[in-house]
Design a protein around this ligand. Sequence first.
Ligand code: NAG
Length: 361
Amino acid sequence: MRKRVRPTEHSDGENVSSSFRMQKKTTVCQEKKGLASKFWFWVKSGAFALCAIFIMMPILEELPEIIRQRVYYHRIRAPFVFDLSHPAELELNHTINMYLEPEEGISLGIWHTVPDDKWKEAQGKDSAWYHRSLKDGSPVIIYLHGRTQTRAAKHRIGVVNVLSSIGCHVLSMDYRGFGDSTGKPTEEVLTKDAVWLHRWAKENSGGSRVLIWGHSLGSGVATNTAVRLMEQGVLVDAVILEGSFKNVQMYWPQNPFDRYSSKIKRLILRDEVANDVIFPNDENVKKMRSPLLFLHSEDDHLTTLRNAEQMYQAALSVQGDKRVRMVTFEGFLGYLHMGLYKDPRLPAIIKNFVVTTEEMS
Ligand SMILES: *[C@@H]1O[C@H](CO)[C@@H](O)[C@H](O)[C@H]1NC(C)=O
């Protein structure tokens, strides 16, 4: 569009050379101007692209999740979605998928993984074998997951494998509305489901110890469950809280970008769990009388270490250092909010906690 001033266009007669010189100067100047506007064009485009990426990122990040959730909400089976009924295909070859009904019309998808020294024996076995094996005296751990995805998420399978490797049964549940479970999630029904599963595990394991592991939002379900059971006169054998938060208001990330992106996510994804929920971990840990283990990565970017430490201190002052412990993982390891299952020290840490809390009860 922009016209270039050519020296020849304006050279008329006498002062050709001086005019030429002058014009040449102008040309250089114009070219500079051209370069400058090009420069600004790219700066503006770049800034625009950055803005677009900034706005889109939280959405793009969740895209596979949106697809998965929509698919499961509408009960459509699609080939690109994990088949939750075949855990063996997800590196869990000693696991059976089952559906339990905590109340009429509600079906919860649950995996039962046996201790991994039984993995060979478990091959090709049916639900009756798994059901019998739950009574073998090994501790049972109920795994309560965080607020997105399903029991098939990689870091959840990672934890299940660690717990199985130290000789525990694991019951990994998708709450209502998650995965292939029916119903709609609310704080009340998530807690109800976990309380129900705890009772089921006690009854069907012949009274084995039943521990509860809660990760992230699941830590809120875990402490709610422990408090609810206490009100019913039942003391949970032990509780492990991984990446826990004080309550849902504090759960929302502290740094501006994360706060912004979770706001957008909530807006767009209509996160059903995030509205009208409290999950008061900070209050619950003061009421609880079960042995407690806090696990937290120093570099956790979603639930801060500081909040977990404050809850640990609060629980410690109620129950003492024999019953309440905390293990943190160095920030340079890069575990963030869900990677601590990778730590080679974890099996020994959990085994030690399971054994010492057994001596207490
Ligand atoms: C089955 O799982 C166990 C426990 O995780 C593992 O040690 C074993 O190698 C697996 N076997 C096969 C054939 O994948």
